[in-house]
Design a protein around this ligand. Structure first.
Ligand SMILES: Cc1cc2nc3c(=O)[nH]c(=O)nc-3n(C[C@H](O)[C@H](O)[C@H](O)COP(=O)(O)O)c2cc1C
Length: 300
């Protein structure tokens, strides 16, 4: 009743954890039944370790939060040695999020992950600087296409391309990912924002600007998921301010095949399990046999 498919990955339910908000899952083992989650997406890893941005890295915003972690992580070698053995035993599909400074780094990362059987898929975090021009890869159709194409060449594993909402035409970028062979797109990453302490007149984040997430972004994310899903033929995974089952269902009616839960994990660490139960209850209440029947089923 709750099964969905993303590329080659068969998920027992459509609830996934959003990258960077669920660590490497072990942190949550006492709070959530990990194997009941549809799929676990790990914190973005890079080729080499990264220290991340200067402190402070997070602050509260109205109905959300700002973060500027700066992709702090210990690099792929450490990830494969220290984190992967645990992740492999969970019993939920594991999708590893990667980011690179250039196309070669994406390629090398994907080549290493491709060899590991217990990894079901790769999420491409393309909210990284575009070396050919100002801005992010995810803001440029050509660069998005090139990164996805390079990764597609090296792996048959399911590729999910994670899009940035900081664009005027989300459909153009989603199509570029699709044309390059991505199996799905996930949207959205965080919205660029900032906050100022008026007494010190200093930015609240060490990086000055950061990414906005949480309930405040939900209506915009929902609109982007709706637009993207109407215009591409690969599954869309909805992300942005999902706090409960009703929010998740809204994204699915808008066109998402699955959803990811981010900021909510910090507020209610057991929220993913509750969302799964809440979606099941909704299907029962409305006598809907398969969750697939609500995907994109918006009544206009
Ligand atoms: C503290 C924090 C760290 C994040 N780190 C990553 C990351 O490493 N990679 C990534 O693709 N997205 C990262 N994100 C973005 C989330 O995965 C998600 O796309 C975004 O927060 C919107 O969803 P939400 O409103 O449910 O939080 C991070 C978000 C937060 C709040």
């Amino acid at each position: 009743m709750m099964k969905v498919k993303i590329g080659k990955i068969k998920l027992k339910n459509p609830v996934m954890t959003a990258s960077g908000t669920f660590g490497y899952a072990k942190e949550f083992e006492k709070l959530v039944n990990l194997k009941h989650i549809g799929a676990i997406i790990t914190k973005t890893i890079t080729l080499n370790p990264r220290q991340g941005n200067p402190m402070p890295r997070i602050c509260e915003a109205s109905a959300g939060m700002l973060n500027a972690i700066g992709l702090q992580n210990e690099g792929i070698d450490n990830f494969l040695k220290e984190k992967m053995p645990y992740l492999s035993k969970i019993g939920a599909p594991i999708i590893v999020s990667i980011s690179g400074n250039n196309i070669d780094e994406f390629f090398i990362l994907a080549r290493r992950l491709d060899k590991i059987k217990s990894i079901s898929g790769i999420e491409l975090n393309i909210s990284c600087p575009n070396i050919n021009c100002e801005g992010l890869v995810a803001q440029d159709t050509k660069e998005t296409y090139e990164v996805v194409k390079a990764v597609r060449k090296i792996t048959d594993k399911t590729i999910i391309t994670k899009l940035s909402p900081n664009v005027t035409d989300i459909v153009g970028i989603a199509k570029a990912a699709e044309n390059a062979g991505s199996d799905a797109v996930s949207l959205v990453n965080t919205f660029l924002g900032m906050a100022i302490d008026i007494d010190t007149r200093k930015p609240k984040l060490g990086n000055i600007t950061g990414g906005l997430s949480g309930p405040c972004i939900k209506p915009i994310a929902l609109r982007m998921v709706y637009e993207a899903s109407k215009n591409i033929n690969i599954p869309v995974i909805g992300i942005g301010g999902i706090m409960n089952a009703n929010d998740a269902i809204e994204f699915m009616i808008a066109g998402a095949t699955a959803i990811q839960v981010g900021t909510a994990n910090f507020i209610k660490p057991g929220v993913c399990g509750k969302i799964v139960k809440g979606i099941e209850a909704y299907l029962k209440k409305h006598k809907i046999e398969k969750i697939e029947d609500i995907i994109g089923n918006l009544k206009i």
